[in-house]
Design a binder for this molecule. Structure first.
Ligand SMILES: Cc1cc2nc3c(=O)[nH]c(=O)nc-3n(C[C@H](O)[C@H](O)[C@H](O)COP(=O)(O)OP(=O)(O)OC[C@H]3O[C@@H](n4cnc5c(N)ncnc54)[C@H](O)[C@@H]3O)c2cc1C
Length: 462
């Protein structure tokens, strides 16, 4: 009752149509895109901020009453990063979705956190510039969510992830104080880079209310080269050969045989189901460089035993090829009532071993797995189709997951490349991050958020 009264007091600082409290409305925010078997926790209220001042008022009051506040973009993360573990208030940014300023000369753009990543990309591309981070679900995911999780995507191999494009952040601290971080210049060597600390912190340290992002010139042309291999090892050697040819592709994505056959079964598009692996290589740059780059990539692939090499040149052809790759999640989801998509990364020279061993682990536990990922980065997304309500399958899944993480760490990799930790990966955090480093993270959390109101129960147990 006390909690409810406090929540009412806190949310009363906003216009009433920016506050949702009905059971049905709150129910919609009890979970995010994480597919797992667990009890969902209802928030007491959902509020829509329209301005930084709204965020300040909510946090100031929530901090005083020690009520949790959980930021929410599009809710598409896959690790339970924006579920209200301890109830409290969901802070929704869909009304703070404006592009505030665009500076072509400086190649920067200033945005509110609710801007959709795909909309921003289109906006700057129309003006000849490029914002490279490309999470597969960019049509819905937000800049705030991307910053809080340092999202990546297929283009991370060449262009890096969200963290490489944030110049300035304006954040609101747990007690409602507004703080500006960064200098807005391409270089900045003044003191600690606190903005980099906020990036990837999953809303546990501060709330992002504005960001200034770095842009680069839009590549003049691109082509996508699709090729097939008889073994995973050949596909990985193809990746190494491309780099030996001194080509730096924008993407080097792969699909394993299960992914190829599953996509072909549900969304027939002519994929070669007898092949063990497929690579999708995107080259980009000056139009005049396309033939040379393509020849080098083809040569590298052929040297690794690739067959059926096809190049997509027009926008429609490129889209068709990428649709096959993107369809893999939806196709896997048709194999069983549930699908869980994981996110593991290893050094590239361990990629073939990691993929093969992941498959062996899933076979051992009778789990059906389709593997896709970003081969250039060594980043694998094992997509496991199962019935989470089936106790035996669920137990097997937990065991398989744990073994896959141990394997990734033993091969010099880690348990998340771009999806984050949320609550989902907390039990595994200390398997991959040094214990002392986790203690430092806890100390930093205490400095930023002494009352533990910002997204409590995420990344680590306080
Ligand atoms: C089909 C599918 C494909 C995906 N593909 C990719 C991919 O290719 N690459 C990739 O990296 N990820 C991918 N993801 C994961 C996820 O979509 C991304 O991490 C995405 O950036 C999350 O954005 P969001 O707006 O949905 O954030 P949410 O899920 O709403 O929130 C994510 C985290 O950010 C915090 N947060 C949100 N807004 C703020 C703010 N203003 N201030 C502080 N914290 C905030 C939340 O509290 C939460 O901790 C995929 C997910 C799905 C479902």
């Amino acid at each position: 009752m006390l909690l409810k009264n406090n929540t009412e007091k806190i949310t009363s600082v906003l216009k009433s149509d920016n506050v949702l409290t009905s059971l049905e409305e709150r129910y919609c925010y009890a979970q995010d895109s994480t597919n797992t078997r667990r009890h969902s926790v209802l928030p007491e209220a959902v509020v829509f901020a329209e301005t930084a001042e709204d965020v300040q008022k909510i946090l100031k009051s929530a901090n005083r009453c020690k009520i949790p506040v959980v930021c929410r973009g599009a809710g598409t993360n896959m690790v339970g990063a924006c579920t209200p573990e301890k109830g409290g208030i969901i802070l929704n940014f869909s009304k703070m979705n404006k592009i505030l300023d665009f500076n072509a000369e400086n190649m920067t753009v200033r945005v509110q956190p609710g801007v959709i990543v795909g909309d921003l990309k289109k906006f700057v591309e129309k003006r000849g510039l490029f914002y490279p981070p490309d999470p597969s679900n960019m049509r819905v995911s937000t800049i705030g969510g991307s910053i809080a999780q340092s999202s990546g995507g297929p283009m991370s191999f060449k262009y890096g992830t969200t963290k490489d494009y944030v110049l300035n952040l304006t954040v609101v601290l747990a007690d409602g104080t507004l703080m500006k971080l960064g200098a807005g210049t391409i270089k900045d060597a003044v003191g600690y880079h606190l903005n980099q600390l906020i990036i990837g912190s999953e809303g546990t340290l501060a709330v992002v209310v504005e960001a200034e992002l770095k842009l680069i010139p839009k590549p003049e042309a691109s082509r996508v080269i699709m090729s097939y291999f008889d073994t995973l090892e050949d596909a990985v050697s193809g990746v190494n050969n491309i780099i030996a040819e001194r080509i730096f592709p924008a993407t080097i994505d792969f699909m394993d045989n299960n992914s190829i056959t599953t996509v072909e079964r549900f969304y027939p598009c002519g994929l070669l189901v007898e092949k063990e692996a497929m690579l999708l290589v995107t080259i980009d740059g000056f139009d005049s460089s396309m033939d040379e780059q393509e020849n080098r990539v083809r040569r590298a692939m052929q040297e690794s035993g690739a067959s059926s090499i096809v190049t997509a040149v027009t926008e429609a052809e490129k889209e068709a090829v990428w649709t096959a790759r993107r369809a893999s999640f939806a196709a896997t989801a048709k194999l069983a009532p549930d699908v869980v998509s994981d996110d593991i990364i290893v050094p590239r020279d361990k990629l073939a071993k990691m993929i093969r061993e992941c498959k062996n682990i899933c076979d051992k536990y009778s789990l059906s797995v389709c593997m896709v990922g970003h081969a250039g980065d060594g980043n694998i997304h094992p997509q496991i189709a199962l019935n989470l309500e089936d106790d035996r399958q669920f137990k097997n899944y937990i065991s398989a997951k744990s073994e896959m993480y141990e394997l990734a760490v033993s091969l010099g990799g880690t348990i998340s490349a771009e999806h984050g930790v949320g609550y989902e990966k907390i039990p595994y955090l200390e398997k991959t991050v040094d214990k002392e480093a986790v203690n430092y993270m806890r100390s930093i959390k205490k400095i930023f958020d002494p009352n533990n109101i910002l997204n409590p129960g995420k990344i680590f147990k306080v």
